[in-house]
Design a protein around this ligand. Structure first.
Ligand code: SF4
Ligand code: SF4
Length: 79
């Protein structure tokens, strides 16, 4: 049996209702993928995100979460 898994670009989910705007994730992000917008954290440059999870680890209120995706390739889903 052959499985082919594809991983789409992963960026963190930011729950803006929980975010207190401390900016810690923005400061800690090693690639500059995040910014503060209207007092909350936001994805600024998703192409820069390396899914390192540093932002998730440093958020004091658990407002950042890295999703984990596994998608079967459509080519193999047809079989
Ligand atoms: S996962 Fe890493 S690279 Fe992506 S936004 Fe968070 S700290 Fe930045
Ligand atoms: S670390 Fe958490 S609370 Fe602070 S700005 Fe980022 S998402 Fe918001």
């Amino acid at each position: 049996m052959l499985f082919c898994m594809e991983y789409p670009p992963i960026t963190p989910w930011i729950d803006r209702t929980r975010c207190i705007g401390c900016g810690e994730c923005v400061r800690q992000c090693p690639t500059g993928a995040l910014m503060r917008h209207e007092g909350k954290a936001a994805i600024f440059a998703p192409d820069r995100c390396t899914a390192c999870a540093v932002c998730e680890e440093h958020c004091p209120v658990g407002a950042v979460e890295l999703p984990f995706f596994i998608q079967l390739s459509p080519k193999f889903q047809e079989r």
